[in-house]
Ligand binder design. Structure first.
Ligand SMILES: Cc1ncc(COP(=O)(O)O)c(C=O)c1O
Length: 444
């Protein structure tokens, strides 16, 4: 290892020192949350040579949702009345008793590191919740992470690498392909037919399998479609993965938000254990407990896999924030109280789902959609409303500019024929948004 002597930090560009390159000001936009001027880098008088990046990030793409969301911000800053249906998070506040658990913990001194894979008490409480679903789970099979996103990345980076192919059920949550690519493996998109709500069957997977297939990432209830795998459908996919030694990464983050009125959506632990081969189960508190900002998720995986993911995490981020772990400990520790809160929120999503489905059918009957069985998204087809050469981004830009409604283009999820609407907002705003869209698109 080469050692560089310690010294003052300078901003250096090829061949010369740029004095004052770090001086400048960014002024917060009205309505923004930045409190005042903060320093930022001004643009340079001459274009520096293009920066070169490592192979690790060579193929990394910025989120396809960025263009529409920055336009939405700009229009809002200009005083336009924008209804934002692009957010991927609950509109509810975190239940106050969970907030109290964190605040009381901090006041009592819980402000230090915990073990990298999370507090043993929290890992044990999560393991108990998995055992209650029939898993053979020990506390150290669980790794607590900074959101489900980190658990997913840990899993991809730990189990996949150069030369591997990882199947992704499409339409997909926008970060899955980037996580696979960052692990230097190859994403392979597999899509079931739209008439079956894109649900995959073993024959779809078999058609895409090669000798390099190592993993399958899927999500039920799905973001972006809201489709839910029935128990038998999930079991068939799990058996196919088991028989082909494909590691199944099942993202169950929306498990509790299920509209069939029969409790949670089926996940891996609702299957016969015989059906399951190598797996990583992903879950967390973000969606069900309205705790997106707290950043607590977890992975559950058999011992050696959990140990490796914990080791990886110990060298990247260490433990998720200690106060957040205390709030999650309260959530997993008092199952009855948690389930009561979750049921209340899910009832609201269920009501909004029915509202959105009936308004779309009434006011925009020409736009077909996946009827959501869970989560809080409506994935609807927009290609019939696009002009020649236009895609979902053009559609979303038009709806934003003309109707003041922010959606996410389907291209962000791997299907440019669609757009995604979040119904995690009030009934009044949802009705107003769909009426405005109908006016602009000529339906009502
Ligand atoms: C399918 C899916 N998985 C994982 C995540 C990430 O969850 P978290 O906020 O806990 O990192 C999201 C967030 O939108 C999601 O939609």
């Amino acid at each position: 290892m080469r050692r560089v002597p310690a010294g003052p930090v300078v901003a250096r560009f090829p061949g010369r020192l740029i004095a004052g390159a770090l001086r400048g000001n960014l002024v917060a936009r009205p309505g923004g949350s930045i409190p005042g001027p903060i320093p930022c880098r001004p643009s340079l008088p001459i274009d520096p040579p293009p920066m070169t990046f490592s192979e690790n990030v060579a193929r990394l793409q910025p989120s396809a949702t960025m263009a529409v969301s920055s336009l939405a911000k700009r229009l809002r800053a200009e005083g336009r009345d924008i209804i934002d249906l692009s957010a991927g998070e609950p509109d509810f506040d975190t239940p106050s008793w969970l907030v109290d658990a964190a605040v009381e913990g901090v006041r009592a001194g819980a402000t230090r590191y915990t073990p990298a894979a999370g507090m043993p008490e929290l890992r044990a409480a999560i393991a108990r919740s998995l055992v209650a679903r029939g898993a053979d789970a020990a506390w150290n099979d669980v790794v607590v992470t900074a959101g489900a996103k980190q658990a997913l990345f840990n899993a991809c980076f730990t189990f996949f690498g150069p030369g591997d192919e990882v199947m992704i059920a499409s339409p997909y949550w926008t970060s899955y392909p980037e996580m696979v690519t960052l692990s230097r493996a190859e994403p392979v998109f597999v899509q079931g037919p739209a008439e079956r709500n894109f649900v995959l069957r073993p024959e779809d997977l078999e058609a895409a399998r090669t000798g390099r297939t190592r993993g399958l990432i899927m999500c039920s209830p799905s973001n972006p479609t809201g489709a839910v795998y029935e128990r038998d459908e999930l079991a068939a996919v799990a058996r196919w993965a088991r028989d082909n030694d494909v590691r199944l990464i099942n993202d169950e983050i929306y498990r509790h938000i299920h509209f069939a009125g029969a409790g949670t959506a089926p996940g891996l632990l609702e299957l016969d254990p015989e059906d399951i081969g190598p797996f990583v189960l992903i879950d967390g508190v973000s969606k069900a407990f309205a705790m997106t900002g707290w950043r607590i998720g977890f992975s559950f995986c058999e011992g050696a896999g959990a140990k490796k993911m914990a080791a990886f995490q110990s060298h990247t981020t260490s433990n998720p924030a200690t106060p957040s772990q205390l709030a999650a400990l309260a959530a997993y520790g008092d199952v009855e109280r948690s389930l009561a809160d979750i049921a209340q929120m899910t009832e609201a999503y269920d009501r909004r789902q029915r509202l959105v489905v009936s308004l779309m059918r009434e006011l925009l009957p020409e736009l077909s959609f996946v009827e959501p069985g869970g989560a809080f998204y409506l994935f609807f087809r927009v290609d019939s409303a696009c002009g020649p050469g236009e895609g979902s981004s053009d559609f979303c830009t038009r709806v934003l500019e003309e109707a003041g409604v922010a959606l996410v283009p389907g291209s962000a999820f791997g299907d440019d024929r669609y757009a995604r609407m979040s119904f995690a907002t009030s009934d009044d705003l949802l009705s107003e948004a769909i009426r405005r869209m109908a006016r602009v698109l000529g339906g009502g």
